[in-house]
Design a protein around this ligand. Structure first.
Ligand SMILES: Cc1ncc(COP(=O)(O)O)c(C=O)c1O
Length: 385
């Protein structure tokens, strides 16, 4: 018997409640320290908050231009030039989006046709595959090589067919903390040369890289710059994930198509926040301090784990730290993560959920975008297990 009054055929039958919701609910229920949540537990700068109020009060409350506030786009073009030495036309090559997620969904919807293949590296951030499926495309999974989460480019090359429309890269990478190197981008350049393959580059953690490593944006590579769409998130850069604000950059011929979808998906995004971020960008370059800020957190958390039986896997970027528990238990990572939350009062995310194949390397993801007290308590608990 059908339990609903109307017969439905789900477009995403295999998509259920995300692990992030499940683990957070479990953390609440068991009053556990929640390091499963991928967002900061601290606030953004007062100045930025004040600017939002200022612009709401100033009456900037109606629709923004479809592509975003011109001033904000101009400032972002300058920022991209100073960070990656790439010149952009803010008129035609930047669009302000409702966070990185909307940029990703819009880009996939705009370019992926029915039966097109899209290469996705796994473990993968969870919004790529559903967007590909909604566009009628086929996600082609490529495993990152455990334990370094490196890419076997020869294998990628073998998977390319006449149907390959797009390759999705994500650096710095959620969930592994892996940062792509120059050799990776050069390999990507070679593989895609003389093809019609587009690159969707998820660079939302561009300003969270450690140990003097450089963020290898696609904009540093002339040939990739001609075939790439890159997404960014103000949420990650300014500790305001709940604002759902970001932007997308692409060469004009691609941005034209991107905007055709954007204008009917959201038309335009939050006006007073665009004014506030534009004014903030004029006054502050505090995104340049983000590497140091998060590196200190990573180092604090990992050095507090020195005596623990968990193994710290190398993380060169993002605000996630992977820990292997293979010396502690043989349980499946989902089982172990649940037990950790219930019995030891600490919530994390099991890595297998980021794979279609549910590959299980006995690794958990912990978010260290938290205050020192929380990280200290978490490390104390983990060290006793
Ligand atoms: C790799 C990656 N891409 C995109 C996003 C989404 O960014 P936003 O919150 O701006 O939509 C996230 C958020 O966690 C992420 O980790």
């Amino acid at each position: 018997m059908n339990q609903y009054p109307v017969h439905l055929k789900s477009k995403l039958p295999l998509v259920g409640t995300t692990i992030f919701t499940i683990m957070s609910a479990l953390a609440n229920e068991h009053k556990a320290i929640n390091l499963s949540q991928g967002f900061p537990d601290f606030s953004c700068k007062d100045k930025l908050q004040d600017l939002v109020f200022k612009h709401i009060k100033a009456g900037h409350n109606q629709y923004a231009p479809m592509a975003g506030l011109p001033l904000l786009r101009e400032l972002l073009a300058k920022k991209i030039e100073s960070c990656y030495n790439h010149l952009l036309n803010p008129e035609t090559e930047i669009t302000i989006t409702a966070g990185g997620t909307q940029g990703i969904y819009t880009a996939i919807s705009a370019f992926v046709h029915k039966d097109d293949e899209v290469i996705v590296f796994e473990p993968a951030y969870d919004c790529y595959v559903p967007a590909i499926l909604m566009a009628g495309g086929s996600p082609i999974s490529v495993p990152l090589q455990f334990p370094n989460y490196s890419i076997d480019w020869n294998y990628v090359k073998k998977l390319i067919t006449a149907k390959t429309k797009m390759i999705v890269i994500n650096t710095p990478h959620n969930p592994s903390g892996k940062v792509l190197k120059k050799e990776d981008l050069i390999a990507l350049e070679k593989i895609t040369e003389n093809t019609d393959i587009l690159i969707l580059s998820d660079e939302v953690y561009e300003h969270i890289v450690f140990d003097e490593v450089i963020h290898e944006s696609v904009w540093r590579y002339e040939k990739l710059a001609k075939r790439s769409i890159a997404v960014y998130s103000f949420g990650k850069t300014y500790h305001v994930t709940g604002w759902k604000m970001g932007y997308c950059i692409a060469p004009e011929y691609l941005m034209k198509e991107f905007r055709k979808v954007h204008q009917f998906l959201v038309f335009s995004v939050n006006t007073p926040f665009q004014y506030a971020i534009a004014e903030y960008l004029q006054e502050s370059e505090d995104y340049l301090e983000l590497n140091k800020f998060y590196q200190e957190k990573r180092d604090f958390f990992t050095s507090a784990l020195k005596e623990s039986r968990f193994e710290v896997l190398p993380a060169k970027g993002t605000y996630f730290q992977l820990l292997s528990y293979k010396k502690i238990s043989k349980e499946l990572d989902t089982e172990f993560a649940i037990r950790l939350t219930k019995e030891h009062k600490i919530a994390s995310v099991p890595l297998s959920v980021f794979y279609k194949s549910k590959e299980d390397n006995q690794v958990l993801r912990f978010c260290f975008a938290k205050g020192e007290d929380t990280l200290k308590k978490a490390a104390e608990i983990l060290s006793k297990i």
